[in-house]
Design a binder for this molecule. Structure first.
Ligand SMILES: [Zn+2]
Length: 270
């Protein structure tokens, strides 16, 4: 059996592993940042929605207060005209107009009361939320119960966390960029060699890696495939020890002796 082919593919996996280990310095920061960004967007939407409701209530209240002022002004002028009324008919007509304006005022006042009730209800909910927070009963707090200032603080805290994590990630990316670029070049060169010498193994390697599998070639560890921990049949050990490979029955990974990885590491340093 020609073992050079397997050595070539192990070398490819070795380079892949080196890139992966440098990438792991990012410690899941990209995922963490995107999760924080989502939380931030959610909090921001909540704050926006509350601001929109508050603005609408303010506008409506201003409009209603305007209506009431106008009506009162009209009533005042109608009453003045009543003192100058020449007959009962004129007087009664003005009384009807005053009555109409009074109804308008009453309606506007009901609407103003509704706004006040809604605001009071919101405040009560937030007060309840504050109590729940002080008792650490966070899972019982609904969106509406979150106090305005807590929401605002949450927004500030999240923004700061995102900023810090991004800064940390940028630092790591800059620090490792040179090494990653170099390793990716080496990887491409190695792929070209494997493609020429062991095309079928490379296809298998790519096929295995196309899924969620990070490592297509793994070491035999404690007589098992170190990718999935399934035992490798005893009668295959000799071949692995001799530098051959075994395709794991369970996960399909290529299992080799750890010596091959040591050799790949040595040859990579040359
Ligand atoms: Zn396996």
């Amino acid at each position: 059996m020609d073992h050079t082919k397997i050595n070539l593919i192990v070398r490819l996996q070795h380079i892949d592993n080196m890139i992966e280990s440098i990438m792991s310095l990012q410690k899941g920061l990209p995922e963490e940042i995107s999760a924080l960004d989502e939380d931030l967007a959610f909090t921001s939407r909540q704050i926006e929605a509350r601001k929109k409701i508050a603005d609408e209530r303010l506008k409506l209240r201003e409009r209603l207060n305007g209506v009431i002022t106008d009506c009162r002004e009209k009533i005042r002028s109608f009453k003045e005209k009543q003192t100058l009324a020449r007959n009962n008919k004129e007087y009664d007509a003005l009384s009807k107009q005053i009555e109409y304006e009074e109804k308008e005022i009453a309606q506007a006042e009901i609407q103003l009361q509704d706004i006040a009730h809604a605001e009071h209800h919101s405040q009560e909910l937030q007060k309840k939320g504050r109590d729940l927070i002080s008792e650490n009963r966070y899972d019982e707090i609904s969106e509406e119960m979150m106090p305005d200032d807590v929401l605002q603080q949450q927004m500030t805290d999240l923004s700061e966390q995102v900023r810090q994590k991004k800064e940390e990630l940028d630092g790591i990316v800059i620090e490792t960029a040179g090494e990653i670029t170099l390793l990716r070049e080496i990887l491409l060169e190695q792929r070209a060699v494997v493609a020429k010498e062991a095309k079928r193994l490379l296809d298998k390697y790519d096929h295995l890696k196309s899924g969620s599998m990070q490592n297509a070639v793994v070491k035999l560890h404690r007589q098992a495939c170190s990718g999935c921990n399934t035992r490798v049949p005893t009668n295959r050990h000799t071949m692995i020890v001799q530098g051959g490979f075994y395709v794991c029955e369970s996960c399909g990974r290529i299992v080799v002796h750890e010596r091959l990885f040591e050799e790949a590491a040595t040859s990579a340093q040359q």
